[in-house]
Design a binder for this molecule. Structure first.
Ligand code: AHR
Length: 512
């Protein structure tokens, strides 16, 4: 009788843990580097991303540096922003950069036609943005206006920001108080030109692109511009095909893609109050990134087998209904552990494809879509997404280590998704990091990791998790979800056993 009870208990314990997931880490292999630019962000003149988010104004009571709130600067420095894309988005193709330079009280106002028709007073312009990038240590990524701008306007912007001296644009920059150029490298040639950026056909855009790119040069500085063609939406593979076929490759450094995780554009659902079915469907669209990246890359491989041209996922993230009572055009949404799952799994996908994916931008940094920070007057809260990006920053500019995975399913109804996502890298100091995500909200996942090609004397780690996938931080409870030390990893020789709680992100560091 006693034996039967014991057996039942043991079986019970095993059943509550799913069958073991098996990973093999090949620490002595590795070829490609995970660019810090995969850890890019996006800041559009949309809702309260710039005004009320980044920029509170020089005279604000909120502590600021040149009008940008200092608590946010510090948080972003800690998180490590690879690059920051600005000023849009759809806004970029209505933006005329010369409206945003010179004395602030003399700048013209315009209507922000894409995002709520609010007045844009241009008080945050080119100097403000490029100085902000310097303050947080991010590379600037400027999105040029192709839809309603002109070739000369964009060529002038490049001269204004990048040329040392010798043109009316450099004189103008100096007159506006900046002697040395910023040397902004990454430039978008239009945004979503198939839609808000001009409703163009791809063949027409490929021609226009060639014209714009001709006049976007580094003006003899030898720090070549990185020009990004406005890319496909989701699975529009023909778009990528035509860009790769019709644009000479010496004029093209990157081809973009936009993919948002959304259930249904007409009925996106609440950011916080969602069912397990809605969670599953969002994770399915997030994990679809793997197929999108693979298939677009295959097309690029056909034209560019040496992988000189980068794939640039310059808008990604979860998109839900706005918070009740907020302006529907401002796209303000809360951020839960669901978003942490999107962030962790998507970054692992980008790592895996880092030979081609060399820039990516999460939409958007503050107060808009899948934000890393939310603000309300003086208050600021860091979201679960922020914490994942901060934990993952150990992978920036590290060597991707191949990892073989055989994992359990997270099942809902008749559908399955891989429950566990993993990635590993070795940084410049020789430290190996492994990032793991368990998206299953109902079961912990036990993982065995065979460590090949490395001698490890110990393991430490950090975890982000919470009781429910709907959990989130609020202005009243800003630290409800935050990283903690992780004690669930056991090293036995060259085998590592890890137990991930439901809905968790873990980053491990192997001791040499
Ligand atoms: O990120 C919000 C909007 O989504 C961007 O302005 C646009 O490029 C995309 O459609």
């Amino acid at each position: 009788m006693k034996k039967t009870i014991l057996l039942t208990l043991v079986l019970g314990v095993f059943q509550s843990l799913s069958a073991q997931n098996q990973l093999i880490l090949n620490a002595d292999l590795g070829r490609d580097t995970i660019s810090h630019n995969i850890y890019g962000h996006f800041a559009e003149h949309l809702g309260e991303c710039i005004y009320g988010g980044f920029y509170v104004g020089e005279n604000s009571k909120i502590p600021n540096r040149d009008g940008v709130r200092t608590d946010l600067i510090e948080a972003l420095k800690k998180m490590k922003v690879g690059n920051l894309r600005w000023p849009g988005g759809c806004f970029a193709d209505t933006y005329h950069w010369k409206d945003g330079i010179g004395p602030k009280n003399k700048r013209p106002s315009m209507k922000n036609v894409w995002w709520g028709g609010v007045t844009e007073d241009n008080s945050f312009g080119t100097h403000d943005f490029l100085n902000l990038c310097e303050a947080i240590g991010a590379e600037p990524y400027l999105a040029g206006n192709v839809g309603s701008g002109a070739v000369q306007e964009l060529a002038d912007w490049v001269k204004y920001t990048n040329q040392e001296t010798g043109s009316p644009m450099t004189d103008l920059r100096k007159a506006n108080g900046r002697d040395k150029p910023w040397r902004a490298k990454i430039w978008g040639v239009g945004n979503e030109v198939w839609g808000c950026g001009g409703n163009m056909k791809v063949e027409y855009y490929a021609n226009i692109y060639r014209q714009y790119a001709t006049f976007m040069t580094d003006w003899g500085n030898n720090d070549h511009l990185f020009r990004v063609a406005s890319g496909a939406s989701d699975a529009d593979y023909n778009w990528t095909e035509v860009l790769m076929r019709d644009i000479p490759h010496n004029m093209l450094e990157g081809v973009a893609l936009h993919h948002y995780s959304v259930i249904d554009w007409g009925k996106k659902g609440s950011a916080t109050d969602f069912s397990e079915e809605q969670y599953f469907r969002i994770m399915k669209t997030a994990l679809y990134m793997e197929e999108l990246v693979t298939r677009h890359s295959t097309i690029m491989d056909k034209y560019d087998p040496a992988k000189k041209i980068a794939f640039v996922v310059d808008e990604w993230g979860g998109w839900y209904d706005v918070e009740p009572g907020t302006n529907p055009s401002f796209l303000f949404q809360q951020n839960t552990m669901r978003d942490a799952m999107i962030a962790g799994t998507t970054l692992n996908i980008f790592h895996k494809h880092c030979d081609r994916v060399r820039i990516a931008n999460l939409a958007q940094t503050v107060n808009v879509l899948q934000a890393v920070a939310l603000t309300d007057g003086e208050k600021m809260v860091l979201t679960p997404t922020y914490h994942v990006l901060e934990m993952y920053n150990v992978h920036q500019d590290a060597l991707l280590l191949p990892i073989d995975v055989k994992v359990n399913n997270y099942s809902f109804g008749t559908e399955n998704l891989p429950a566990v996502s993993a990635s590993a890298s070795r940084d410049k100091a020789g430290k190996v990091h492994i990032s793991l995500v368990n998206i299953d909200p109902n079961h912990p996942q036990e993982i065995s990791i065979a460590l090949r090609g490395i001698k490890t004397s110990g393991v430490s780690g950090r975890i982000l998790t919470s009781g429910k996938v709907q959990d989130h931080n609020t202005f009243e409870r800003p630290d409800f979800i935050k990283p903690a030390d992780f004690k669930g990893a056991l090293l036995n020789g060259d085998m590592l056993k890890v137990t991930l709680p439901p809905v968790s992100v873990v980053v491990l560091e192997l001791k040499n």
